[in-house]
Design a protein around this ligand. Sequence first.
Ligand code: NAD
Ligand code: TDX
Length: 344
Amino acid sequence: MTLPRRLLVTGGAGFIGSAFVRRMLERHSDLTITVLDKLTYAGNLANLAPIEDDPRYRFVLGDIADAEVVDSLAAEADAIVSFAAESHVDRSIEEPDAFIRTDVYGTFVLLEAARRHGHARYLQISTDEVYGHVPEGSSLEEDSLKPRSPYSASKAGGDLLVGAYHATYGLPTLLTRASNNYGPYHYPEKVIPLFITNAIDDEPLPLYGDGLQIRDWLYVDDHVDALEAVLVHGEPGETYNIGGGNELTNLELTRTILERMDKPMSLVRSVPDRAGHDRRYSVDCSKLRSLGWSPAHTFDEGLDATIRWYLDHADWWRPLKSGEYLEYYRRQYGDRLAAGTAVE
Ligand code: NAD
Ligand code: TDX
């Protein structure tokens, strides 16, 4: 299989989707990409500014839950690559509605359109969080799903629909489950960009609970390369885990960020924990590695590049830390920071 030539990319104005669009257009001259994005608080056309004048790219403002707009765009595409989702666990705890609507119902609308138009591929971007807490070892693709947050439960709902459309209708689906991404253009509500930008401003870093929760960190460009490998070499109906191989506690992560930025640990506040906080995720990626992919960035390289990017791109993130963001920040962290304690 070669890469399908006309891609409909949903959620392409977000963090990972925009990295995919930028990288694929740079790498493949005969590709056309239509981005369908609702531009929620997390969607940002500035993420697509580097390719905005490229004639092979088109942006459409719209909702993946809107069957009419999805159908008309699907009619002109060979494949759908779907990143569109509500993606922040803390927001799903505060207000789950949009998660169910986009991550479950929106996925259904996309699958229906792919089925109607006989697409060559349907690629759904999912997450290691659907496996739930992994006390030891690493999740395999066939492991049962035990999501524990409204976010991961809504993503798991989307995953199950993808499997059902392959089994029932023979849709040539592909499903990927990646670990925690990091890199440039990451919205500053997620822990790495939040902590880097707060540290730049000498603002407190709110570390949830004991900080001993473990996440595996994957540089966003390595994720994009894995998605390309799956699109080209993946087996229809299959699921592929994608991980960076960099498992760290949040405390280790925070310490490393501050050391690299030459900032003191006194900025860190231990604050009341996230409800239902999963202690650890870990994915076994041998299936994907057998397709020839492995991550090209070490964590040290990726983190340094990310810190440098935020230091150099205050014009990108400062405007985001205003308006609705400040309201969210106050609701999410106001009481927590007031109750916070020092960490050594
Ligand atoms: P993001 O929040 O940065 O971007 C999501 C994008 O989807 C935004 O541009 C938003 O405007 C758009 N969107 C939201 N609802 C929409 C709707 N109803 N219709 C059309 N567009 C809509 O998210 P991200 O971090 O880039 O994640 C992309 C995908 O990857 C998500 O499906 C997420 O679950 C998955 N994922 C993310 C990570 C991570 O660490 N960030 C890890 C594994 C998997
Ligand atoms: O202020 C914070 N303090 C803190 O200690 C925030 C925002 C997070 N954390 C902790 C919670 C997690 O253990 O850091 C860890 C990472 O948190 P997030 O950046 O919110 O990511 P996570 O909840 O792990 O989910 C991310 O990775 C998987 C993405 O947001 C998901 O979209 C993806 O599926």
